[in-house]
Design a binder for this molecule. Structure first.
Ligand code: IPE
Ligand code: IPE
Ligand code: MG
Ligand code: MG
Ligand code: MG
Length: 300
């Protein structure tokens, strides 16, 4: 598939562990600095520091390194995007949205605390993400660029959640176009922003930024197609979240529209597209290539 990818189990373990080990203490330290109500900070920590895969921080860091930047410089945007992602998960699980009781192998935040706290902790994680960028990233022009990127991604994610939950498509829109719009916004937008923020921190050239954006778009859509497939092929125990919810709630998903085999073929096509985007970046993009291969075959 690619000359740069080496999807052996050991190397993928490394690709995943190294950035997570950097970003987790950084996020814990951010929460420790807060002088906000203790129950609010506890609720934020329950979600933010819970056992997630940390894919978006990993993409920020590996995206930065792919164009010659340093991981340390990517920590603030990596933590900020995980805060936005956790806010999206907390609200996605609320009774008014997907009404889920389990997340990351544990009760969802509104089950662990209550709905009011889950709404407020999600809100606070969003505010904190932008505060963090403005306070920690220097120079301020770089912080402003990252804030813009994160705001664009966050608002597209929210639009995607509206398309998913309260759709308002023109009557003529075909199911596949709707799906692409839902998925590339609700999930793709934050994944695209992750890779782009890494590139921005590393002062990527316009050509490099364009290649990484194409990679982010391909794996972003792929990520949600795989999520749809896992919802119908895995158990709740293995996923750490309730399986079978999409059929139960009549969600528009890739397997529902085109079936399992065609959805897998689409995953493979997007995987190829992601690899093609990385090729001009050479060996420095190897970790992103391996990550793409892992995301195509992940089982949780
Ligand atoms: C779940 O995202 C929500 C989607 C966008 C599909 P992840 O699968 O990255 O969830 P965590 O962070 O590992 O829990
Ligand atoms: C999640 O999509 C998208 C966001 C949280 C923005 P899903 O609703 O499919 O995610 P899961 O399956 O609950 O993790
Ligand atoms: Mg949802
Ligand atoms: Mg959901
Ligand atoms: Mg899902």
């Amino acid at each position: 598939m690619s000359t740069t990818a080496d999807p052996s189990a050991a190397s993928i373990e490394q690709e995943l562990k190294v950035p997570s080990a950097l970003v987790e203490p950084y996020m814990a330290a951010c929460l420790k600095e807060l002088k906000w109500p203790g129950n609010l900070v506890d609720a934020m920590g329950y979600s933010l520091l819970g056992p997630g895969k940390r894919m978006r921080p990993i993409l920020v860091i590996r995206g930065c390194e792919a164009v010659g930047g340093k991981a340390e410089d990517a920590l603030a945007p990596a933590a900020a995007i995980e805060m936005i992602h956790c806010f999206s998960l907390i609200h996605d699980d609320l009774p008014a949205m997907d009404d889920d009781d389990f997340r990351r192998g544990r009760p969802t935040l509104h089950k662990h605390t209550n709905e009011a706290m889950a709404i407020l902790a999600g809100d606070a994680l969003m505010g904190l993400a932008f505060q963090l960028l403005i306070e920690k990233v220097k120079p301020i022009s770089m912080a402003a660029e990252l804030v813009r990127e994160l705001a664009v991604g966050t608002n597209a994610m929210i639009a995607g959640q509206v398309y998913d939950t309260l759709p308002d498509f023109p009557a003529s829109t075909d199911p596949l176009s709707k799906l692409r719009t839902i998925h590339s916004n609700k999930t793709g937008a934050l994944i695209r922003a992750s890779v782009r923020m890494g590139a921005i921190v590393a002062k990527a050239s316009p050509e490099q930024l364009q290649l990484l954006t194409r990679y982010g778009d391909a794996i972003g859509l792929m990520f949600q197609i795989v999520d749809d497939l896992l919802d119908i092929t895995q158990t709740s125990e293995h996923l750490g979240k309730t399986a079978g919810k999409d059929v139960e709630q009549g969600k528009l998903t890739y397997p529902a529209v085109m079936g399992i085999d065609a959805s897998r073929a689409e995953v493979h096509r997007l995987q190829e597209e992601a690899h093609a985007s990385l090729r001009p970046l050479g060996a420095a993009a190897g970790p992103l290539a391996r990550l793409c291969d892992y995301l195509a075959v992940r089982t949780k």
